[in-house]
Design a protein around this ligand. Structure first.
Ligand code: GLU
Length: 303
């Protein structure tokens, strides 16, 4: 067998068990990676999790659920909490500045309060040295990148091209924790990940991340942002929506194989009652024929 070139990944946050929407995204990431001859890597995004032990338990459960569905990963698993030095090292090559704004100040200064992305208005870039010193005595700063309104374009397999101005987004939070956008980009470059498949709620992060990859002398990956799972009311699926995790469904008597069938049939890759393996799905997978709308995950009730 020839060794794979490039890699795809799945990058869950170990905050709670994976629900059907997460499992479906994982299956898609696996299909995209394997169908293009790539390795498939797992990264645990545990920078935000306060309770490290609980996070390790949740991460183990997530890995067991993915294995039960037959999704295998290539080693090694990357834990973001073990890579703090790498994120700090990456800052050296970037133009940055300290930011003393609170979330509230950022929201108030924003000219587009209802926009989900809330581009940072640049308040702390324009501080006088005296004012900066004054603020420095009151609270620790976050660190922002200086993007100077650069435009960034990405092409997504499902959404086409999008171009967006890059704002001065946060690299380090004011408690010193590396921000998601920094850690993701540093990790993709470190692991040789050149294909990012994830939920389409993160589509708008991609121009920023692609731009940052270039700033770090890397190449941006290819992107596929896949539709989310929603409940009967059209809201993003959540634990409160009933039996939505593999453990919940198994407790009701469903097997992992039935859950795989449910996910595959929601993607048009299997009949609703057909037993399938991930390898079989690989032979049927065609990104051009994937559903483009959110998946209403109520069929799980019938399992
Ligand atoms: N950790 C994120 C999540 O679980 C995914 C981030 C990514 O795929 O870039 O929603």
């Amino acid at each position: 067998m020839t060794s794979p070139t490039g890699a795809g990944r799945f990058a869950p946050s170990p905050t709670s068990a994976l629900h059907l929407g997460n499992l479906r995204t994982a299956l898609l990431a696996w299909l995209f990676a394997r169908s293009t001859g790539r390795a498939f890597l797992l990264r645990i995004e545990d920078l935000d999790t306060q309770r490290v032990r609980a996070a390790a338990g949740v991460a183990a459960e997530q890995q067991a659920d993915l294995a039960a569905l037959g999704l295998r990963f290539d080693a090694p698993v990357v834990w973001q909490s073990e890579r703090l030095d790498a994120y700090h090292d990456a800052l050296v090559g970037l133009e940055t500045y300290p930011c003393y704004c609170t979330r509230k100040e950022i929201a108030e200064a924003s000219s587009a309060p209802h926009s989900a992305s809330r581009p940072y208005p640049g308040t702390c870039l324009r501080l006088t040295a005296a004012r900066r010193a004054e603020l420095a005595a009151t609270r620790p700063p976050a660190l922002r990148v200086r993007a100077e309104g650069a435009l960034s374009s990405i092409t997504d397999v499902l959404h086409g091209e999008s171009t967006a101005p890059v704002d001065d987004f946060v690299l380090l939070r004011n408690d010193g924790t590396p921000a998601y956008n920094l850690a993701v980009v540093v990790d993709e470059l470190f692991s040789g990940i050149d294909q990012v498949v994830r939920g389409d709620d993160l589509l708008e992060s991609s121009p920023r991340q692609a731009w940052l990859a270039h700033q770090l002398s890397g190449t941006a990956p290819s992107y596929a942002h896949v539709p989310l799972a929603v409940n009967a009311a059209g809201q993003r699926l959540a634990k409160r929506d009933g039996a939505v995790t593999l453990a919940d469904l198994q407790a009701r008597g469903a097997s992992p194989s039935q859950v795989l069938t449910l996910l595959a049939s929601s993607l048009g890759l299997a009949e609703p009652d057909e037993a399938v393996t991930p390898d079989q799905l690989l032979t049927r997978f065609d990104p051009d024929r994937l559903p483009r709308h959110p998946w209403v995950a109520t069929q799980a009730d019938a399992l």
